[in-house]
Design a protein around this ligand. Structure first.
Ligand code: ADP
Length: 512
């Protein structure tokens, strides 16, 4: 019991450790991949921020230079000032304190007519949207607008000369930004993918790509603030590889768990079998000892009576001697059974095959059972056709097998009063049948009764002695002859055991 407890505890401990290991392995791998993703995400974000600063800083510098270089008193020089600064701008406006564009306070790269109409458009539509009134002196403001379906970026600053306030508004050259500046920063050969999208998610720059786990999205803060920069890992392979690695991890961990659990299951099964076999063996030992003891005590009792001369008539003496003889035959048979069985179990080749007559074997077995049959009040009919083919057989082994079947019929089916033993040629086989008219055998146990040490449920409680090796021995002898054994029986309807052997006389049986 203690050993069992230790084994069960050990198995449980191994299983628990395997599960703990699997859990640790899985969570470690999941955490590592999570950390890797987080690192990629952080570096991508840093990179996106650097790109935005890289794009915006020159724009802000150019604005600042323009704001400080323009003199409202000398607007006739405005155009040359703007040109000299090579600022990436489309138009520059200089407005008075009343938010009106000052005379000569407008230069533009637009053609003359278009430039004039844009000036009107600027004065009526753009200026009110800029909120110039709220601007503090010297500060910069910017407005990223969509007007008439087109995007504009205006930067502006409030300045003053003496007591006079004026405003400088700069319209950035957005087509130049998109066509020339963005490509410098967002290289096609970069290991990352870049996109600039507007407020409605429409693509302004870059190639379309699917949303990815690693994608980072940051707005332009100081300039085109309606636009957002998107950066993603170009190499989806790394993500796919990461996914594959996770799958491999899970599969490996699962496999290891499965191997450990099936190993434990096999171990448990083997232990259970061993326990069962041990129980059967101890039953067997007690059954055999019991079987040995009974005839021995009968022999010694009747022997003692004979020896002490307590016999009244010669007839009684003969009767006692017969009892002693019968019991010693039974004892010898039992010992034969056990010894042969042990030899066969050890794999020792115990057979000597020769061409023989099944009829002779049956007749001998029936004859050897005469006394037992009579004692049980039974009769045995032997039915043999005249033309039975010869069979390669080991006479002693086959007799032992048939004796076992007849003995069982006497032991378990005495109520049926009669036994029929027969042999018949069927195809290329010779089939021996031992039929009784006893209680029969539950069909559920038909396979099990041929297992060694197994005794049917019905007989276990009855005082019928047995060791459970008889039918196992019959089966082994049949197999050694390249034959087989089967039972046909139902409860209450008697049993028929059929033992068949191949009729092929040329076959070499010694290989069995
Ligand atoms: P044993 O007879 O020593 O118990 P066997 O291997 O010869 O062992 O038989 C196994 C079991 O099969 C028996 O215990 C008995 O329950 C059952 N059995 C065998 N022959 C018969 C039979 N003719 N009628 C009913 N039960 C049988």
């Amino acid at each position: 019991m203690r050993r069992l407890l230790v084994i069960n505890t050990l198995i449980f401990a191994v299983l628990a450790s395997a599960i703990a290991l699997a859990y640790y392995g899985y969570s470690f791998s999941a955490e590592a991949s999570h950390r890797e993703r987080a690192i990629i995400h952080d570096t991508t974000r840093e990179l996106a921020e650097e790109k935005i600063i890289g794009i915006e800083s020159p724009l802000l510098d150019a604005d600042e230079k323009l704001f400080s270089s323009i003199d409202p008193e000398r607007l006739t020089e405005l155009e040359s000032v703007v040109r000299n600064l090579r600022a990436p701008v489309t138009s520059v406006f200089v407005l008075g304190a009343d938010f009106k564009v000052l005379p000569s306070g407008y230069v533009s790269t637009r053609l003359a007519d278009e430039g004039l109409s844009f000036l009107r458009f600027f004065q009526s539509e753009v200026v009110p949207a800029l909120g110039l009134g709220q601007l503090a002196e010297g500060t910069r403001g910017h407005e990223h607008l969509t007007l008439g379906g087109r995007p504009y970026l205006f930067s502006f600053s409030r300045r003053s000369t003496g007591a006079r306030a004026y405003y400088v508004v700069v319209e950035a050259d957005l087509p130049h930004l998109v066509a020339n500046v963005f490509p410098q920063f967002f290289g096609v050969r970069s290991p990352r993918l870049y996109q600039v999208v507007d407020e409605s998610g429409e693509l302004v720059f870059g190639m379309p790509f699917r949303e990815r786990g690693s994608m980072v999205e940051i707005p332009f803060a100081e300039t085109v603030s309606g636009w957002r920069l998107r950066v993603a890992q170009r190499d989806e392979g790394t993500q796919a590889a990461r996914g594959r690695r996770t799958v491999i991890d899970v599969v490996l961990i699962g496999l290891a768990l499965a191997v450990i659990t099936s190993g434990l299951a096999v171990l448990l099964y083997a232990l259970r079998r061993e326990r069962k076999a041990n129980a059967l063996k101890s039953d067997f030992i007690s059954n055999v000892s019991h079987e040995l003891k009974t005839p021995l005590s009968i022999i010694s009792m009747f022997g003692e009576m004979l020896a002490s001369g307590r016999v009244k008539t010669p007839a009684q003496a003969t009767e006692y001697a017969e009892v002693i003889w019968r019991e010693s035959v039974r004892l010898a048979r039992l010992i034969d059974n056990v010894l042969d069985f042990a030899k066969i179990e050890r794999g020792v080749d115990v057979y000597e095959f020769a061409s023989g007559d099944v009829g002779e074997v049956l007749a001998r077995a029936v004859e050897l059972s005469t006394h037992r049959l009579a004692a049980a009040g039974m009769t045995c009919a032997l039915e043999l056709p005249p033309d039975l083919p010869p069979v390669r057989l080991d006479g002693n082994a086959l007799t032992l097998a048939v004796l076992n079947l007849v003995d069982n019929a006497i032991k378990y089916a005495a109520d049926g009063k009669r036994i029929e033993v027969s042999a018949r040629a069927e195809g290329d086989r010779v089939v021996i049948r031992v039929r009784d008219f006893g209680p029969g055998i539950d069909p559920e146990e038909h396979d099990r009764i041929f297992e060694r040490f197994y005794r049917a449920r019905a007989v276990r409680l009855k005082p019928i002695r047995g060791s459970g090796i008889g039918l196992a021995l019959v089966e082994r002898i049949a197999h050694a002859h390249h034959g087989g054994v089967a039972v046909e029986s139902a409860l209450g309807e008697g049993s028929t055991f059929s033992l068949w052997l191949p009729a092929d006389a040329s076959r070499d049986m010694t290989a069995a």
